[in-house]
Design a protein around this ligand. Structure first.
Ligand SMILES: [Zn+2]
Length: 320
């Protein structure tokens, strides 16, 4: 995958640019291992990702962006009840959303009736109009801030995307929203940290969380918009004590061991950033000297340039 400078500049506020740059740095072997461990049966496979059944009536799309196919880029999914179907994320291109909706109809008998966006980043939001392409009109939900940010920052603007967002039902930024899909209630929880407005989508039975980009599995996350102290708090709030399936924004579906490894990795970044900041070291110098300990496993696939954004995010928060 090659990424032009222009594309990077256009999308530099998104996870898409981050992933595309990561692809250039990842060893080939690591790329082939990407998302190769489904926890459930794969019901559809495309160059851009695999749809796997993670529980009864719940499917996760695990995108494989490092193949170079940019249809979806982010993960997402489908939650079905007896009377309604929720699709999660709008993906990078309308074809991605349309593809997921078509799979929902095959698997559940229904085109999605509800759509939820976890945050504004282009790889999660830009294809949202694809759900409207067959004359169906699912109810789209996002926070007001997410909607504002999609319209303001995800350029070039797409009139169909903006029109879809104009009909969105706004989620409370402070209170949970519940959606009853018929015998199945999804709780949408307002969060913050990966961006200034994130949401997670949560089920109790089975115990399952669609984490959006608050969780990246085996991939160093994008801190471009991060508020790291709040990110850490949100990541801890999502962790459940009982056996739980965590669908990340990027990477394979995880359970507690993967989730805890991610938390430990974030803690290591925090520890190093605080120490360097206290010593008066610049974010650039500190990130250049930074390495994750081998005990945290395979996070060392990326250019140290990606660490710099994380240190810069911490430095924004730490007192001057
Ligand atoms: Zn993101």
């Amino acid at each position: 995958m090659s990424v032009s400078r222009r594309e990077f500049l256009v999308q530099s506020g998104s996870c898409a640019a981050h992933i595309a740059l990561a692809a250039a740095w990842m060893p080939a072997m690591s790329r082939t291992l990407w998302a190769r461990q489904p926890i459930g049966p794969v019901v559809a496979r495309e160059p851009f990702g695999s749809l796997e059944r993670v529980a009864d009536g719940v499917w996760a799309l695990v995108s494989t962006p490092l193949t170079g196919d940019r249809t979806t880029l982010s993960n997402g999914g489908i939650i079905a009840g007896s009377s309604a179907v929720l699709a999660i994320e709008g993906f990078n291109q309308p074809q991605g959303a349309e593809w997921l909706a078509a799979r929902a109809r095959e698997l559940t008998g229904r085109w999605p009736t509800h759509i939820a966006l976890t945050h504004y980043h282009s790889d999660h939001a830009n294809g949202i109009a694809g759900y409207l392409s067959h004359g169906d009109h699912p109810v789209l939900r996002s926070t007001a801030r997410t909607r504002e940010l999609v319209v303001a920052r995800n350029q070039p603007a797409d009139p169909a995307r903006v029109a879809a967002l104009n009909h969105a039902v706004v989620l409370s930024p402070t209170e949970p929203t519940t959606i009853d899909l018929g015998g199945r209630v999804v709780r949408i929880m307002p969060r913050v940290g990966h961006t200034e407005s994130d949401v997670s989508l949560e089920l109790e039975d089975p115990s399952l969380v669609f984490c959006g980009d608050l969780f990246w599995n085996a991939m160093f996350p994008n801190f471009v918009d991060a508020i790291p102290s709040k990110l850490g708090a949100s990541v801890r709030a999502l962790r459940r004590t009982r056996d739980t399936i965590y669908v990340p924004g990027h990477g394979a579906v995880g359970r507690a061991p993967e989730y805890d490894r991610y938390t430990a990795m974030l803690d290591e970044v925090e520890r190093a950033a605080r120490k360097a900041h206290a010593a008066g070291t610049s974010a650039a110098d500190a990130s250049a000297a930074f390495a994750l300990p081998a005990s945290l496993g395979d996070w060392t696939l990326f250019s140290k340039g990606f660490y710099q954004r994380a240190f810069e995010a911490w430095y924004r928060e730490l007192p001057a």
